[in-house]
Design a protein around this ligand. Sequence first.
Ligand code: TYD
Ligand code: MG
Length: 481
Amino acid sequence: MAKVKTIYRCSECGGAEPKWAGRCSACEAWNTLVEERDQPSRSTGDERFRGSPATPAPIADVDTEAWAPTATGIGELDRVLQGGLVPGSVTLLGGEPGIGKSTLLLQALAGLARSGQRCLYVTAEESAQQVRLRAERLGALPPELWLVSDTALPHMLDHIEAVAPTVVAVDSIQATFDPALSSAPGSVAQVRECAHRLVRMAKNNDIATVLVGHVTKDGGLAGPRVLEHVVDTVLSFEGERHHALRLLRAVKHRFGSTDELGLFEMTDRGLAGVPDPSALFLADRRPGIPGSVVAPVLDGNRPLLVEVQALVTHSRIPTPRRSAQGLDSGRLALVIAVLEQRVGAAFHHADVHSVVAGGVKAIEPGADLAIALALVSASAGMALRDDLVVCGEVGLGGELRQVHQTARRLAEAARLGFRTALVPASAPATAPGLEVLRAATLAEAIDLAGFLKADLRDVTLVQETASPTAETVAIGPRLAS
Ligand code: TYD
Ligand code: MG
């Protein structure tokens, strides 16, 4: 192979240097020089992937047939991709180590192979034997699924040419390296160059390509930001390490909206779709517990019924604890402040713990009212009725504000058998089978929920005198007549 010349290009000003240096001599920026191959298309033997030139056409005559997505057969993945993988598209699947990226990819490729697509799974992180063993466990051994374990990019391109697949997966882009560059695998220069060449290969040959990308500790994709710009779709695979639930969302999607959420459960036979997440989240809920409120929250376009729980205890430290798991701690603080200022509750001697059960997050303002009522219910030691859902944003003035798509949220609640909903007065929606109670302010909502002001005057006092057996309070006694 001809020797490839490498240069160092400044990511700020674009200036080129023959040698790496800490500072760009052109614009004097620090740490901006990144290794790059000089004139890559001429020296890398990429000619076979160059493709033919495109022809301009009037926009209405452009054929969209060829861009119809191919379903992977994994329902939750197809939901997020809005149909499946588009030929010639490049998808980046990001997620923390151990979250299940390789498992999802193997299952998706097996699904595509079963439908007659030739798929090539290139693993740069595991041996072919390891992947085969896993595939056996997942029941993913269709004849059209090809497998190779390799880390060098030129070899990968050779394999793709030899197998001639319609779908390729590279696991992972950080473990792929181009021997023509001297920087280490996983470095910015390597990731960028390898991604660029794989994207070019995909586009010129109409091969749907999925790249696995690792994420850094703070959740961003490891490697250059350019990775997100050159691909068509960025999927993010998330979940709590100690929960089986996995969430898949599109961060960027050139073929549809990014509003769909896919839910999986990691089982001993791979990832299983969760078609009815609300039922899963509420499965362990015990009725009659003070501090428990069900809220229909929205993740993307998907309504999820979650259980918001609060515990309010007498604090023995000067600065009481405020803990929020799965909830926005800022919104918890806001709700506490509004309860104190506008409703007359007192939390300054109380530790407050709040969670969303089941490993999901409810960080949108629509969960405010649920947090508030969970706090009130926990403080008063009285449970809300079981068939109640609440949703609404709490404003600083103590007013309740409607949240978007209330109708979808309430429909989901009605589907799961809830009978009563407490919503802001301005919320337009109703749902069949659901009695909708409306409150203009947080104080009104608390009143409608059946709590008296006296229950709130000093929450710590109420806590200490509350009877340990929970008493269920009927909601809306004053409205019922
Ligand atoms: P993996 O797909 O290798 O994660 P990633 O590629 O994102 O690093 O799988 C992650 C974990 O999932 C692994 O630690 C074991 C577990 N797992 C199961 O629980 N069941 C299974 O069927 C498989 C294949 C994996
Ligand atoms: Mg992996």
